[in-house]
Structures are given as structure tokens and as C-alpha cells.
Design a protein around this ligand. Structure first.
Ligand code: 5AD
Ligand code: SF4
Length: 446
């Protein structure tokens, strides 16, 4: 710590966007705490404010710009303000012009530089910018400071080489860079030693894991077999997957590995093959359905999740209907539905954003209504079933809350000591989002 840095006692950090950002925040928190700074959840009280931002849709960016624009104006003691994450990469030095109160901009590939950049800002009192295109593998993941005590995110690959035409991620997170398998196994082992029971492996496209490092001889499914060997690691999940890269070996791993949950986030994005081609998704609807059929054959109890974009340029009512029909056919157990948002620098900008916002919203609502009906039917199907729940926490109302292997929320009444254990729960009812049950007679892990 430099002498100047003693001025910074505490920091506030806010995360926008996806799980990758959540993990990057945990790493930054760990780094700052190691430097002796304390985390505060009171923005007004902080000497350092960090906004870990998202660029995926226009609204995500506008929210942050509005928020930061308002900051530090009323305070006599001005905090240091930093922007990290995807917006830092997308807007780089232009952020200093748009938001003159910002002191540093740190890209997704430069988290390791946080300490140096802070020193620089404090010493020079001038804005500092680090936005490398390439990710260097020297990021210390082990420093991450996690709030959750039962589940943890572990990064296995950063970046994306797929270049879907609507998406900023390949530009904001760069090329795919896999993390050495030994490091991943070591981190997972350490987490289990510290009491963690569930790990979600993170990457923009986890199925690409290892393809950039052929010499490691460790593809995604190989990594899963290695992780399954860790005693005490009860559950492994992964996200996100590109359907084209979901292999038979991966499907067999889901069938065969006790730790691997039978849930695959398998985003189709759209139900029309013409739109999929324009999106550069590199599969047709038929090829996607074939993959789903194969997965269901190999893992009959698998649950599927998806992301959907409606209102992609030139999407007709008939093409939207194809998305509706495919969702009705597949009956996803999780679906995230988005209105297309034109992003600067993406190939889709070459087409006019021609679907009116009102039509996009109407399409989003139609799909949400469909999905609500499917969720309600799925909850009904759980009645009378016994499910395995990993107990995550005690809610404010005193009930215990956890999830099934297929990602459904469950609540039940019991003792706080059960947090962090697996329990069999008999489902007797449900409310809007959640299954409700009782401890089953057969405890499977105390
Ligand atoms: N507009 C709307 N949704 C988008 N997504 C990615 N880019 C855009 C965009 N420009 C959605 C995709 C992706 C999810 C993380 O966000 O569905 O899978
Ligand atoms: Fe974006 Fe497509 Fe890569 Fe997913 S696979 S991050 S949607 S470019």
C-alpha cells in the first residue's frame, strides 16, 4: 500500500449484468480487502465507488450512465469513482468525456490492475484507463471474497469467439482464453474444503473449454470428469452453453457423473432458421431440435433453460410465431426473454432496427404469458414428488430455502443447522415462483 492509499478507508461496489460480472466483483472485493480497504454497502459513506457494468442491452448502459452522472455532486469530500466491466470496454476513454467525475476505467481483461490503477489515480490525480483486448491469465481467482457460503462461481473460460451478430460480448470480453485445469481443480478443492457444496462453472461458452489449448488435452467434458472426483463436491452446474458445441460426450457426462446437475442452459434465441442465420447462431431450428432430442434420449430427466431475443431486425409475425411454437414444444424450465437492442459495433447494426418497440414488447409479453403457463404446469407436476434440495439459506420469514438439481426454488420449515446440507423434501404445494414442502422421512445427508 502506498502512503497515499491510506486515505482510502472503504469502498462501495455495485454489480450490473451477468454471473461473470458477479464473480469479477467478488475478485475485486477480495483484492481491495487484501489492500486493507473495508467494504461498505452505504454509497454515501464510501471513499471509493466502483460500478461493474454491463453492455448487453441499451437499458443496462443507460441505467449506469444516469446513476454515475448524478454522483459525487453534493459531497464536500469527493469519492474516487471507477467504471469496470463491459461498458468500460465498449466505451473506453469516451467515458471520461461523458462522465467527467469518473477517475478510472478498467476493462474486463484488466482486473488484476485494480491496485496499480488506484495508486496511479491517487498519486497523479489524473484519470487512468486500462482496457486490454487480450485476457492475460495471471488473474488471481483465489482472492475472490464470496458472500454465499454454500454455492460458488468458478471461471473456466473467458471471452467468446462465436460472434453472434447482435452481441457485444466478443468485443467487450475478447477472445476465448481457457484456464488451466489444474488451477480450476485446485480452486474447487479449496472451496469444498471451506464448506462449499455447489459450484457453477462460468464461461460465455463453457463448451469451448480447452479448444484454445489443445496441448492440455482437456476438453469441457474431461474437466467435468476431473471435478467429479473431488469428494464432498455435491453439485456442479455450468453456464452458458452454445447449442452447436454441446457434444454427445457432454450429454453422457450429465448422465453418468453424480455431481453434474441435470440442467442445461441451452439458448435457442429464435425459432426461425432465417433469423437464426441472420443472428449467426450457426444452427437451424431443426438442428437445434435434433440436439434436444438426443439430449433427452441420453438424459431423460434433463431440464432445459433458454434465452430468447424477439424483434430481431426483419423478424415477421410468422417468424415470431415460430419462436412461440418452439417454446411451447420444448417446455423450458427456465426462459429469459429479451427485446432486441441494437448495440454499437455489432454486425447487426448494418440492418435497420425496424421492429417498433411496441411490437417487441408485445412479443415479449406473449412469450412471458406462454412461459408462465408452462411454469404453472411444471409446478403442478411436482406435487407429491420428493426432490433433493441443497439448502442455501434461511429466509427472513424463518423458512429454509434451496434448489432442486433442476434449479427450482423450494422452501420448507426446519432448523437453521440444515443450511449447507442436501435434504429430501416432499412437495405439497407451491406459490407463484416456489415449491413448498416438508422434510421427507429419509434424510440423505445430515
Ligand atoms: N439484444 C437483446 N438481447 C441480447 N442478448 C445478447 N445481446 C442482445 C441484444 N443485443 C441476450 C441473448 C443472450 C443473453 C445473455 O442476452 O439472449 O443469450
Ligand atoms: Fe454473445 Fe453469441 Fe458469444 Fe453468447 S455465444 S456471448 S450470444 S456472441
Amino acid at each position: 500500500m502506498t502512503s497515499n492509499q491510506r486515505n482510502l478507508a472503504n469502498f462501495f461496489i455495485r454489480t450490473y449484468g451477468c454471473q461473470m460480472n458477479e464473480l469479477d466483483t467478488e475478485i475485486m472485493v477480495g483484492q481491495l480487502e487484501k489492500k486493507g480497504l473495508k467494504r461498505t454497502f452505504d454509497e454515501e459513506d464510501a471513499d471509493l465507488l466502483i460500478f461493474n457494468t454491463c453492455s448487453i442491452r441499451d437499458l443496462a448502459e443507460r441505467k449506469v450512465m444516469g446513476k454515475i452522472g448524478q454522483l459525487g455532486r453534493s459531497k464536500a469530500k469527493r469519492p474516487i469513482i471507477g467504471i469496470t466491466g463491459c461498458m468500460a470496454m465498449a466505451k473506453k476513454e469516451t467515458l471520461f468525456k461523458k462522465l467527467p467525475n469518473v477517475d478510472f476505467v478498467l476493462g474486463t481483461n484488466n482486473i488484476t490492475d485494480l491496485g496499480t490503477v488506484l495508486d496511479e489515480v491517487l498519486e497523479t490525480k489524473r484519470p487512468s484507463l486500462r482496457t486490454d483486448d487480450q485476457f492475460e491469465e495471471n488473474l488471481d481467482y483465489l482472492v475472490a471474497k464470496r458472500d454465499d457460503k454454500v454455492k460458488a462461481y468458478v471461471s473456466i473460460i473467458r471471452g467468446c469467439n462465436k460472434f453472434c451478430t447482435y452481441c457485444v460480448v466478443p468485443y467487450t470480453r475478447g477472445q476465448e482464453v481457457s484456464r488451466p485445469p489444474e488451477d480450476i481443480v485446485q480452486e474447487c478443492q479449496k472451496l469444498v474444503d471451506n464448506g462449499y457444496k455447489e459450484i457453477t462453472l462460468l464461461g460465455q461458452n463453457v463448451n469451448s473449454y480447452g479448444k484454445d489449448k489443445k496441448e492440455w488435452n482437456c476438453l469441457f467434458h474431461d474437466l467435468l470428469y476431473r471435478l467429479d472426483q473431488i469428494p464432498g463436491l455435491e453439485r456442479v452446474r455450468f453456464m452458458t452453453s452454445h447449442p452447436i458445441d454441446i457434444t454427445k460426450e457432454l450429454m453422457e457426462a450429465i448422465r453418468d457423473l453424480p455431481s453434474l446437475c441435470e440442467f442445461v442452459h441451452f439458448p435457442i434465441q429464435a425459432g426461425s432458421s432465417r433469423i437464426l442465420r441472420k443472428m449467426h447462431r450457426i444452427y437451424t431450428k431443426e438442428q437445434y431440435l435434433e440436439k434436444v432430442a438426443m439430449l433427452k434420449e441420453i438424459v431423460p430427466n434433463v431440464s432445459l433453460g433458454t434465452d430468447i431475443i424477439v424483434g430481431f431486425p426483419t423478424e415477421t409475425d410468422e417468424e415470431f410465431q415460430m419462436t412461440y411454437d418452439v417454446m411451447k414444444e420444448i417446455r423450458y424450465s427456465v426462459a429469459f426473454i429479451f427485446a432486441y437492442s441494437a448495440r454499437k459495433g455489432t454486425p447487426a447494426m448494418r440492418w435497420k432496427d425496424d421492429i417498433p418497440e411496441s411490437v417487441k414488447l408485445e412479443r415479449v409479453h406473449k412469450l412471458m404469458e406462454l412461459q408462465e403457463g408452462i411454469y404453472a404446469e411444471q409446478r403442478q407436476e411436482f406435487l407429491g414428488q420428493t426432490v433433493e434440495v441443497l439448502v442455501e439459506k434461511r429466509n427472513k420469514d424463518g423458512k429454509l430455502k434451496g434448489r432442486t438439481r433442476c434449479w427450482k426454488n423450494v422452501v420448507f420449515e426446519s432448523d437453521k443447522e440444515l443450511v449447507g446440507t442436501l435434504q429430501n423434501i416432499d412437495i405439497h404445494s407451491f406459490n407463484h415462483q416456489t415449491l413448498i414442502g416438508n422434510l421427507s422421512e429419509s434424510l440423505i445427508l445430515a
